[in-house]
Design a protein around this ligand. Structure first.
Ligand code: GMT
Length: 383
């Protein structure tokens, strides 16, 4: 089949939307399509010098008179790349402002315009549901797209409900996915590989249990709940906590950990591009979020055979099956989450069962290749 020329725009962060956009682009390039990333910076997981992959930086300059908005710089860059590279399709991730910039670019390009696919990810919809500042422009830009995808049925419903999008508007649910060959369970969990992070637990014979959390440390991730769960569990079981990621809540959480006297048992790993080896060493992944359209971080943990304990919110139950690949509880129910972690730590048979179920669920429902097949087929339908 004819290779397509595709432009991809995403936030170049360590967040799930950037990871999914990058993985889609890399896999499409491996399949022979020409992929142009149009972003403000190189996405974290984008491998450089890959055949068929090109990167175009959106430059947001400082001017003395006016703020130079990213949305306009992006629209201009989209026009440039679409013209020079004869793009067939623009695939933008996260509606605000990417779908709006793409709309503007397409108005400028007129008949030469590429088609537009918008993938919604999470707060681009749920935030607009609560704070209507961007409602008209987001709703309009989404409706101007030739195709819309979401990673969960939950986000599809939220888009209809929160944005007042007519239910007759087609929205495809294409799940997020993981590279299950890379994110796989470790055959053993050698504690010595982590021991140096926790000087007080040097004794190789006394392997503590490992809890892990990975997020962008925004308030909705409720990282303080992660710490509270850990603090309670660590009172009676030798346990350490690994915190991956960084963001606005990091300093407050670090202060909280120190105030609770837990600093020796908690390691802040900061932003990590590749932490699969660390994930493989964990016993439980904690995700007490206020909301998640999907929860890609939990899926990566499941792929490594790490069961999830967290809140039963948003699209999470479409990813984690309660009592099978993890334990889900009402938002903020910390006593229940603590009891859930203790159950998993104290019952090795239950832990093994859930670990295997988590991995099996990834293998049967969340593999990369079938999801890219669906995106590829959807691109062709749109075109
Ligand atoms: O919308 C956000 O909060 C950011 C976004 C991101 O870039 O990670 O997260 C959303 O998209 C991810 C990828 O589809 C999902 O795994 C996250 O659950 C989702 N976040 C929220 O819904 C809060």
């Amino acid at each position: 089949m004819t290779p397509m020329r595709i432009g991809i725009t995403c936030y170049p962060t360590f967040g799930g939307s950037g990871i999914i956009a990058t993985e889609i682009g890399l896999e499409l390039a491996r399949r022979g399509h020409r992929v142009h990333f149009i972003c403000s910076d190189v996405p974290g997981r984008l491998e450089r010098f890959v055949d068929n992959v090109f990167f175009h930086a959106v430059e947001v300059r400082d001017y003395p008179l006016f703020d130079s908005p990213y949305a306009l710089a992006l629209a201009s860059k989209m026009v440039e790349v679409a013209t020079y590279e004869s793009l067939d399709l623009l695939h933008v991730h996260y509606a605000i402002p990417h779908a709006t910039s793409a709309y503007l670019a397409r108005q400028i390009l007129g008949a030469r315009s590429p088609k537009l696919l918008t993938t919604l990810h999470g707060t681009d919809i749920t935030l607009v549901g609560n704070d209507r500042t961007f409602l008209p422009i987001t709703r309009f830009s989404i409706l101007q797209s030739d195709g819309i995808t979401v990673p969960s049925q939950y986000l599809k419903d939220a888009t209809y409900d929160n944005l007042d999008v007519p239910r007759s508007t087609p929205i495809e649910v294409i799940s997020n996915f993981v590279d299950a060959a890379k994110y796989r369970p470790a055959s053993e969990k050698p504690w010595h590989e982590l021991a140096h992070l926790f000087p007080r637990c040097k004794d190789a014979n006394a392997r503590p249990r490992v809890l892990i959390h990975n997020s962008n440390f925004r308030p909705l991730k409720r990282v303080d709940d992660v710490v509270r769960i850990f603090a309670e569990v660590a009172k009676t079981r030798p346990t350490v906590l690994l915190l991956v990621g960084d963001g606005p809540e990091r300093s407050r959480i670090e202060g909280m950990v120190r105030d609770l006297g837990l600093f020796d048992q908690v390691c802040f790993l900061g932003k990590q591009l590749n932490f699969v080896e660390v994930l493989q060493l964990a016993d439980v992944f904690l995700q007490p979020s206020e909301t998640e359209s999907f929860g890609l971080a939990a899926l990566e943990a499941m792929s490594c055979g790490v069961p999830v304990v967290g809140s039963n919110v948003g699209g999470v139950p479409e990813v984690v099956t309660d009592n099978d690949s993890g334990l889900l509880f009402p938002l903020g129910d910390l006593p229940a989450m603590i009891a859930g972690v203790l159950r998993l730590l104290d019952d090795p048979a239950l832990h093994t069962k859930m670990s295997r179920a988590a991995r099996a669920q990834v293998e049967s429902h969340f593999q990369r290749a079938p999801m890219i097949d669906r995106y590829e087929a959807y691109y062709r339908t749109i075109l």
